[in-house]
Design a protein around this ligand. Structure first.
Ligand code: ADP
Ligand code: TRP
Length: 324
């Protein structure tokens, strides 16, 4: 039996992944896969809350698998799978629902945000933290690498593990979130958190022209090129931190002293993003040329994950008296 710590994370197949998904999550996935027994999931049950069109869901799912491979996830090291290939996630989420109260779920940031925006909230969205807790706890996960926005969800998983253990006896391990410092929340081109849901992203595999045009749209204040600027509040600078490491000190002093216009800053950023994205994009094209191979990787990963999940569910069913 492997002594490596168990790691699990996932991304929803709800749109093209963007640079904040990469720096907030995917980059860590790749770095962590050597030292951990890793599970990387395509969270398609979660994705159904937003994508309610069969062909689109199928297409987004296959594409996210290609993205995972293009950034460097290696099926020889990590289990890469579709959440729906392990229906035990949904089964365990149901069991968690029965020990969870509505007021507790009403405190979730994602629910409160949706409510504040007067959105119609599906039961699936409301229940999201319990499915995510099941995703994590069913594999005895030690570590969950995610962006800072997901920290609360991992806390829900910990609380739920504790509650279940209290009621039915020691069953689940308590997972820890692992959040990359310095890329807490990456801003989108409108200055809000970058998110597929806000239409403000720079896609990770964008073409050069798209990158240039998106960079030119980044929202700034109206300071003239000569005026001093505050790097700590500027959205372009926040992205330079990710893409312009070598030039960062120089850009920062030119901001503070004045003399660097936002247009120049955006153009420099676009070129640095292009340099970064070009090799990833090429690799992605090669992988995308063989979709059957990608489907086979998902199938194998799903079988491997499911075998583990079934073992855990056998224990859960014994503890709860569902099987005897
Ligand atoms: P989106 O909000 O674009 O739909 P997801 O919810 O699918 O993104 O997030 C996938 C991963 O990317 C998560 O681990 C999340 O924390 C991370 N992530 C998403 N947006 C950001 C952001 N703006 N800054 C840092 N990390 C992010
Ligand atoms: N909720 C995560 C997000 O929006 C995606 C996700 C689903 C996830 N299940 C997970 C992340 C389990 C980590 C572990 O980004």
């Amino acid at each position: 039996m492997s002594t490596k710590k168990i790691l699990l994370s996932g991304i929803k197949p709800t749109g093209r992944p963007h640079i904040a998904n990469y720096f907030g999550a995917m980059r860590q996935f790749v770095e962590l896969q050597d030292a951990h027994d890793s599970f990387y999931m395509i969270a398609n049950y979660h994705g159904l809350n937003t994508i309610q069109n069969g062909p689109e869901m199928a297409d987004l799912t296959l594409n996210l698998a290609i993205d995972y491979l293009a950034v460097g996830l290696d099926p020889a090291k990590s289990t890469i799978f579709k959440q729906s290939d392990v229906p035990e996630h949904a089964e365990l989420a149901w069991i968690f629902d029965t020990i969870t109260t509505m007021p507790y779920l009403m405190r979730a940031h994602a629910f409160k945000d949706a409510e504040a925006k007067n959105k119609e909230i599906s039961v699936g969205t409301f229940n999201y933290p319990m499915l995510m807790a099941a995703d994590i706890l069913i594999y005895d996960t030690d570590i969950v690498p995610v962006g800072a926005d997901q920290k609360q969800h991992v806390e829900y998983a910990r609380d739920t593990a504790e509650k279940f253990n209290r009621i039915f006896g020691e069953t689940f391990k308590l997972p820890e979130p692992k959040i990359i410092e310095g890329v807490a929340v990456v801003p989108g081109i409108d200055g809000q958190k970058m998110s597929k849901s806000y239409n403000n992203t720079i896609p990770l595999f964008a073409e050069d022209d798209e990158i240039r045009s998106l960079c030119m749209k980044i929202v700034t204040d109206s300071k003239t090129p000569a005026e001093p600027k505050d790097p700590d509040t500027d959205n372009i600078f926040a992205l330079h931190k990710l893409f312009s490491a070598d030039q960062l000190a120089e850009i920062e002093s030119r901001y503070r002293e004045g003399g660097m216009g936002y247009k120049e800053s955006k153009e420099l950023l676009a070129e640095n993003i292009i340099k970064f994205i070009t090799p990833l994009r090429e690799r992605r094209k090669e992988i995308a040329a063989d979709p059957d191979h990608v489907k086979q990787i998902l199938k194998d990963g799903g079988e491997k994950a499911r075998a583990r999940a079934i073992t855990k569910m056998t224990k859960v069913k014994e503890k709860t008296g569902l099987s005897f």
